[in-house]
Design a protein around this ligand. Structure first.
Ligand SMILES: [Zn+2]
Length: 317
């Protein structure tokens, strides 16, 4: 199968033409300055026509378009239930109609973490597994779950997607979602700098000299022995590990795949989370494996073929 694949991230839209598990051509379209999804459409059309030309494949040779969207999306009705302060106009814009006009292709839109799970199962770390939890550690903490080969979706399309909003500390911070002490509110790209700045001794930490605190510096400074960086890093590891256990208790996977920008430090994260899971997760049989995502930014793009191959029971939508 050949398809057009889009992965709509916070700062870029990943665009690709794929054939099965192969990316034939791809381009990362900057989107951070875009006012709206609609304002991006001319450059998106130009990019996709150029990628098709590069691969010498016409739109008519493609089965459809798969789109990973950063929000709560019902793939069965192409409804966007909520956006996360990005592409806010997408809720009221008929992207499917635009793709039909522009490329004469049908569209399927799915939550970006679910699409990444499909990609990792199709061509990455979760190949051969039917029961999978995906955690994405980035600006927020995304999640998705697959049970017995089927993505978990639920009545309002949010099942499995809110793994980062399982609480790890009910005395913790208020989260963007309204809950208290979510994993995302304690150890994500947006919350970790707040945690660090309120840590005792922060003023004398190497972190205090940074204009912006990010995970790369946190891990580097921790490695170099900075006491506050070490303490905040270790707390983040515990939050992620505790969140992995919560996901395991909720979804009973064989494997937990962890992806996202923070996984540049996978060598520190994966052994810690695996060991914590071995100690603390309830497991009747074998302990779930914890593994780093393999496909990086391409996971969502490679979710296109499995998403477009999926057969839906329309009567259940
Ligand atoms: Zn939350």
């Amino acid at each position: 199968m050949q398809a057009i694949s889009l992965d709509m991230g916070g700062t870029h839209i990943g665009c690709a033409v794929v054939r099965d598990s192969e990316i034939l051509a791809q381009f990362s379209l900057p989107s951070h300055q875009a006012r709206s999804l609609e304002s991006l459409l001319p450059s998106l059309a130009e990019t996709l026509h150029s990628l098709l030309a590069q691969t010498k494949i016409s739109a008519a040779d493609c089965t459809g378009v798969a789109v990973g969207f950063p929000g709560i999306v019902d793939v069965r009705s192409s409804t966007i239930y909520s956006t996360l302060k990005k592409y806010e106009d997408a809720k009221d814009f008929d992207l499917a109609a635009w793709f039909l006009r522009e490329f004469n292709l049908p569209l399927r839109m799915e939550n970006d973490a679910r699409l990444a799970l499909l990609g990792e199962r199709y061509a990455g770390a979760a190949q051969g597994y039917d029961d999978v939890v995906m955690m994405t550690l980035g600006t927020g903490i995304g999640g998705a779950a697959m049970l017995q080969g089927h993505l978990l979706r639920g009545k309002h399309a949010q099942a499995g997607c809110l793994g980062g909003h399982l609480p790890v500390d009910f005395h913790g911070r208020i989260c963007a979602c309204g809950n208290i002490g979510c994993a995302e509110a304690e150890a994500s790209g947006w919350s970790m700098p707040l945690v660090a700045k309120s840590w005792p001794g922060f003023a004398s930490s190497a972190l205090a000299s940074l204009p912006e605190i990010d995970f790369k510096h946190l891990f580097d400074f921790a490695e170099a022995g900075d006491a506050v960086s070490l303490a905040v890093r270790d707390r983040c590891l515990e939050v992620w590990a505790s969140n992995a256990v919560a996901n395991i208790h909720a979804y009973d996977p064989e494997i937990v795949v962890i992806g996202g920008g923070v996984m540049q430090s996978a060598d520190s994260i994966i052994p810690f989370v695996q060991e914590y899971v071995n100690r603390h997760a309830w497991a009747g049989g074998s302990r779930p494996r914890v593994q780093a995502a393999k496909l990086g930014n391409y996971a969502g793009l490679l979710g296109a073929v499995p998403l477009l191959s999926e057969v839906f029971d329309v009567s259940a939508a």
